[in-house]
Design a protein around this ligand. Structure first.
Ligand code: HEC
Length: 147
């Protein structure tokens, strides 16, 4: 019985430690990003020679402006031009409604130390018309937009 109580204590301590680290709980739509970008937004395999994907924590592309650059990335994906990452940023717009995408963009832009303004479903609706189905963007072109 003593042992049982002790392990309960350990579990509750671990759980509350995990809970206090997370800022806002991740929305279900973030599960789509997590596999590559990691639950903590640091990128799966961060610190290894070839991580799965770059960090969303501190990402200029994610935090820039009103979110149009980030939305365009999720709609078109990024053309794979090198072997820096194991994963590939595929177009994910069709997998989400406007509201879900607004939610996940807002979550990423305000988590992991990021503090960029929220994105609305109305904004996503407009950007979907502009970017969905367009060719994958080149990383250099995206970075040129950060000005
Ligand atoms: C299958 C893996 C995978 C999934 C799933 C994925 N990404 Fe990516 N993502 C990548 C890779 C790889 C890159 C880097 C592409 C490159 O530069 O070649 C990237 C790049 C990005 C970038 C640019 C970051 C930077 O600063 O370089 C953003 C923003 C982004 N992804 C957002 C998302 C969001 C939001 C989701 C979920 C809706 C998502 N990604 C899902 C693999 C993934």
């Amino acid at each position: 019985m003593k042992k049982l109580t002790a392990s309960f204590l350990v579990i509750t301590t671990l759980l509350s430690a995990a809970a206090s680290q997370a800022q806002t709980p991740a929305p279900a739509s973030f599960m789509l990003c997590m596999a590559c970008h990691g639950m903590d937004g640091k990128g799966m395999g961060a610190g290894t020679p070839t991580p799965m994907a770059p960090a969303l924590a501190g990402s200029k592309l994610a935090a820039f402006g009103d979110g149009e650059v980030m939305a365009s990335i999720v709609f078109t994906g990024i053309e794979k031009q090198d072997a820096k990452f194991v994963g590939i940023m595929a177009p994910l717009g069709p997998a989400m409604t406007d509201a879900q995408m607004a939610e996940v963009l807002t979550y990423v832009r305000s988590s992991f130390g990021n503090s960029a303004p929220a994105v609305t479903a109305d904004q996503i609706k407009g950007w979907r018309e502009k970017y969905n189905g367009k060719p994958m963007q080149k990383r250099a072109d995206l970075e040129a937009r950060l000005k």
